[in-house]
Design a protein around this ligand. Structure first.
Ligand code: GLN
Length: 466
């Protein structure tokens, strides 16, 4: 595999860097690109990831790289250490060569909420790459790296993966250490993988998962080995509010599973309609606490010319945070204010319990749920296609998995009107293997799409003929 050689061979590297720069002029997926970063570890000869380049969402710490979270408040901040996942990948010899753009602090579905760059979808530069891990998804779809890391609190790995035509894994809550990742909503956040290849997705997940003393929410990974041979699938019926292309892709996927002889049952998730109020109550409440530390005192952006510490904090936060982040901090403090917790926060927690119970019931009868990842394919920059409100409502299919803590994988489900459409599988806790196997079944019929201009690493490095 040439990916292992690309950074070591001067000729290959030159061609590779040129390829990346060509794409980057168009898509702006990366906030940092540094192919000269020295290979971190002395990987034992056998590591599948030895010398393989990858990019990291900019809310995960990589030593000596900028660490902005897509925010002006951290615009010039540089990480002093590696996140636990990066340390693990270092020991395997993988090389982080860049930081990818994202919606500020993970808040959004477009990456347009980044204060630092606008990322374009490689399939159509007028459209968003999705978010909040939009830079990671765009980079992988363009063939810049064979995999990327992202984070998912309410869909931020799966939404951009589906908009760009790649795989996006949101692992079981607590299965991957978040030490070194900046928290958005701690009871929902998880680090995961984006890749064009399902085996690569699986390989990277297997290598980063597991208990870590530095993150007390991680647990020993004990695989759930249910029905791997002949899983039973469930799918949603009724009006799901999907665009034509997503509805077609959804039907086609169900038909494929049936035609291959799998049992496919109709299911309902009664709590689906309550996901958005619960998600936006819980995530903003947690965000308001998590983002309190960005106050201009200890690090990050500091406003000038203020007269008191309080004024300094107020002004630094007012100038340093973007609109979406401010809105969510305000909403979070509103739902938590004293005397009102019963009305919002506690109610949201009850919905969360209901969602967990719904999945317990569902997984009593079936093994995997097939669901849309997002109601539409990639939308255009700005609010013409989808208003900010509609963008938030669209999170229901993805945020439900975060509220339940279950693993979910979005997978390429075809190209319609020149845009990729993604769907997702949900599985019970600790059964990522089921997700990978199901994705392989679909991949036999629907190959991973190649965006026009995409080259494999072999094609990039091929000697010129003549
Ligand atoms: N679209 C979701 C939101 O805006 C994605 C959040 C995430 O997973 N970080 O909150």
């Amino acid at each position: 595999m040439i990916w292992n050689n690309v950074l070591k061979n001067t000729e290959y590297k030159k061609k590779y860097v040129e390829y990346v720069k060509n794409w980057e002029e168009k898509i702006h997926s990366l906030l940092v690109f540094d192919p000269d970063r020295p290979t971190p570890g002395k990987a034992e000869g056998g590591s599948a990831l030895s010398n393989i380049p990858y990019v990291v969402k900019d809310n995960i710490a990589v030593k000596d790289f900028r660490f902005t979270c897509g925010s002006k408040i951290l615009e010039n901040f540089v990480s002093l250490y590696d996140a636990a996942v990066i340390e693990k990948l270092n020991t395997l010899g993988a090389v982080p060569i860049g930081k990818s753009n994202m919606d500020e602090f993970g808040m959004g579905s477009s990456t347009d909420n980044s204060a630092l760059a606008i990322t374009n979808n490689p399939w159509d530069l007028e459209r968003v790459a999705g978010g909040s891990s939009g830079g990671s998804a765009a980079a992988v779809a363009a063939g810049i790296t064979p995999f990327a890391l992202g984070t998912d609190t309410g869909g931020s790995i799966r939404q951009p993966a589906s908009f760009c035509g790649v795989y996006g894994l949101k692992p079981t809550y607590g299965s991957v250490s978040r030490y070194g990742a900046v928290a958005y909503a701690s009871s929902l956040d998880v680090i995961g993988v984006l890749a064009r290849d399902i085996s690569m997705t699986e390989t990277v997940f297997d290598l980063i998962k597991g208990k870590d003393e530095q993150d007390q929410t991680t647990t020993e990974y004990i695989e759930d080995k249910r029905n791997l041979q002949k899983p039973v699938f469930g799918y949603l019926v009724g009006d799901l509010g999907l665009s034509d292309s997503v509805a077609k892709a959804y039907k086609n996927c169900i038909d494929i599973l049936k035609s291959k002889g799998y049992e496919v049952k109709e299911i309902a998730i009664p709590s689906l309609e309550y996901v958005i109020p619960a998600y936006y109550t819980i995530s903003t409440a947690e965000a308001s606490a998590n983002l309190a530390k960005f106050n201009g005192i200890r690090y990050g952006y500091r406003s000038k010319g203020t007269e008191s510490p309080l004024a300094l904090m107020k002004k630094s936060r007012s100038e340093g945070f973007g609109e979406e982040v401010k809105l969510r901090i305000l909403l979070g403090t509103y739902v938590l204010r004293s005397g009102f917790q019963d009305k919002y926060y506690i109610k949201a927690q009850k919905i969360r319990t209901k969602i967990i119970n719904d999945f317990n019931n569902i997984f009593g009868n079936i093994d995997l749920v097939v669901a849309p990842a997002f109601p539409t394919a990639a939308f255009r920059h700005g609010n013409a296609d989808l208003s900010p409100y509609q963008q938030r409502l669209a999170d229901k299919f993805s945020a439900i998995a975060n509220l339940a803590g279950i693993p979910a994988l979005s997978f390429p489900a075809g190209v319609y009107d020149n845009l990729p459409v993604g769907l997702q599988f949900f599985a019970p806790h600790y059964s990522e293997k089921l997700l990978f196997n199901a994705a392989k079944i679909i991949a036999e019929e629907i190959p991973v799409p190649k965006v026009p201009g995409f080259k494999t690493i072999e094609e990039i490095c091929e000697a010129p003929r003549g």
